[in-house]
Design a protein around this ligand. Structure first.
Ligand SMILES: [Zn+2]
Length: 229
């Protein structure tokens, strides 16, 4: 077992032990657990959807996972936090899907229940680091070996987290001076040819369409802070 919690739950629910064990090893494979959809995981592992939901809920009760409401793009199924969605609507009167870039509204957006990493997940050794998990279990019984995928995901996540943080810091500085800075204002200050917030949005999510030159332009604004002068 990857999670000690899993062994405990399996003891209490022997009927679900097989499901729990497969879920456990799948979570180990996923490693980061950004968004877990019960139905997707059920069909991937060929487990009854009701059993999968019960198993995920048990993991959530143990704190390994967290049940969250998320919004989902009806076109590409990309999920996002309701708080990010609300914030964009308030700030820019518009929210665009972080994956397909389509504008989403309350009429089109879907609310889904998903699972994310819970606070107890942290106590587990990092699956990317191999050294601590070897011996616990042979790698992927499902034949999903690509560790490099996890690394890609990790560097992607790192870049987006860092970018959002520096942008947010700049906006907060503005807020402290009662100046509301939007993504659109940052874009307009970064380049004379940018007239909406799209380039900054792409930069924030590390979209491949955002070039290193674009990155430099946006960082110059965040460094020189033209809106605070
Ligand atoms: Zn989308």
């Amino acid at each position: 077992m990857f999670f000690t919690e899993c062994a405990r739950i399996a003891k209490k629910h022997p009927d679900l032990a097989g499901v729990l064990e497969r879920l456990d090893s799948q979570l180990r494979e996923i490693g980061t657990a950004e968004v877990i959809r019960s139905a997707d995981l059920a069909s991937l592992l060929r487990i009854d959807p009701n059993q999968m939901r019960s198993a995920l809920d048990m993991f959530a009760q143990e704190g390994v996972l967290r049940r969250v409401e998320m919004i989902e793009c009806p076109y590409c199924e990309m999920a996002a936090l309701p708080s990010d969605y609300q914030e964009a609507l308030e700030e820019d009167d518009e929210y665009r899907c972080t994956s397909c870039d389509r504008p989403l509204t309350n009429e089109t957006v879907q609310i889904i229940t998903a699972y994310r990493r819970g606070e107890r997940w942290q106590g587990v050794s990092d699956p990317r680091d191999g050294s601590e998990v070897t011996g616990l279990r042979e790698a992927s019984p499902l034949g999903i070996p690509p560790n490099h995928k996890l690394d890609e995901q990790a560097s992607y996540t790192h870049a987006t987290v860092e970018r959002k943080a520096v942008l947010e810091a700049y906006k907060n500085e503005g807020r402290a001076k009662k100046i509301k800075i939007t993504d659109k204002m940052v874009a307009e200050a970064a380049s004379r040819t940018w007239h909406d917030r799209t380039p900054v949005q792409r930069w924030k999510r590390n979209d491949p369409r955002c070039t290193p030159a674009d990155d430099a332009k946006i960082r110059r604004v965040l460094r020189e802070k033209p809106h605070l002068r």
